[in-house]
Design a protein around this ligand. Structure first.
Ligand SMILES: Nc1ncnc2c1ncn2[C@@H]1O[C@H](COP(=O)(O)OP(=O)(O)OP(=O)(O)O)[C@@H](O)[C@H]1O
Ligand SMILES: [Mg+2]
Length: 223
């Protein structure tokens, strides 16, 4: 599904260059469940943003479903992001004045899907993450773990094949963190969704089936 070869990312800061990624290689097959670990500043978020086609590498090749991402048009890129990839972030990014249901419906509103179908699909996704009885709650009326579960439901509503999660448990206590990893694991096993989790927490990484270690913009030897 994903093949990245010699990916580099250099940020130009005036005169100075920051080499965030220095030649990273990674292949991920359909239905894999992997984590990318590494200390702060090692390039994890940069790498995940490139994988999610939110950012472009300075150099290197990225193939998604055997197609060169660098050759895709803007329309093809947004189609790829919207239809195939679901994003989950550390800070849940829910809209505060909306209920869980409305937050999860939002990606479908942008697509112009009819209200009844929107409701039904959003409810299904909230039920999948165990929030069938919280659909009318706004984010401030939900626990942190429940907010993250709502964000996962929102990521699921377009039936993605890939979920990219950047420190999804970073703002949560250990019990909620475990629940989130359980949900991601179930989605991987039952729906065969490919899941990539970025974390600096070894207890989170050990829930995945494969762990890659980033250090100073490179994977550790052996990977
Ligand atoms: N937009 C940017 N412009 C310049 N430098 C950046 C930018 N984004 C990230 N960097 C630098 O690139 C390096 C990698 O950053 P990145 O955010 O990928 O790290 P990370 O592994 O996700 O860290 P954390 O665990 O703290 O989230 C860091 O040294 C950072 O300062
Ligand atoms: Mg980061």
């Amino acid at each position: 599904m994903i093949e990245m070869t010699n990916i580099t990312k250099v940020y130009q800061m005036g005169e100075k260059k920051v080499e965030a990624l220095r030649g990273v290689n990674l292949s991920i097959k359909e239905a894999e469940f992997v984590s990318i670990m590494g200390p702060s500043g090692s390039g994890k978020s940069t790498f995940l943003a490139i994988m999610g086609c939110l950012d472009i590498p300075t150099d290197g090749e990225y193939l998604f479903d055997k197609r060169k991402v660098s050759l895709l048009s803007d329309d093809e890129l947004s189609h790829l992001r919207n239809e195939k990839i679901g994003f989950v972030f550390q800070a849940f990014h829910l809209l505060p004045r909306m209920s869980s249901l409305e937050n999860v419906e939002l990606p479908l509103v942008y697509k112009g899907i009819h209200k009844d179908e929107r409701r039904e699909r959003a409810k299904d996704c909230l039920t999948k993450v165990g929030l069938g009885d919280r659909i009318d709650h706004s984010p401030s009326e939900l626990s942190g773990g429940e907010q993250q579960r709502t964000a996962i439901a929102r990521a699921l509503v377009n039936s993605p094949r890939l979920i990219l999660a950047d420190e999804p448990t970073g703002n949560l206590d250990s019990k909620s963190a475990e629940e989130i990893m359980e949900i991601l694991s179930n989605l991987n096993q039952e729906e065969r969704i490919t899941v990539v989790v970025v974390t600096h927490n070894p207890l989170v990484a050990e829930k995945t089936k494969k762990v890659y270690h980033l250090r100073d913009g490179r994977f550790d030897e052996g990977f």
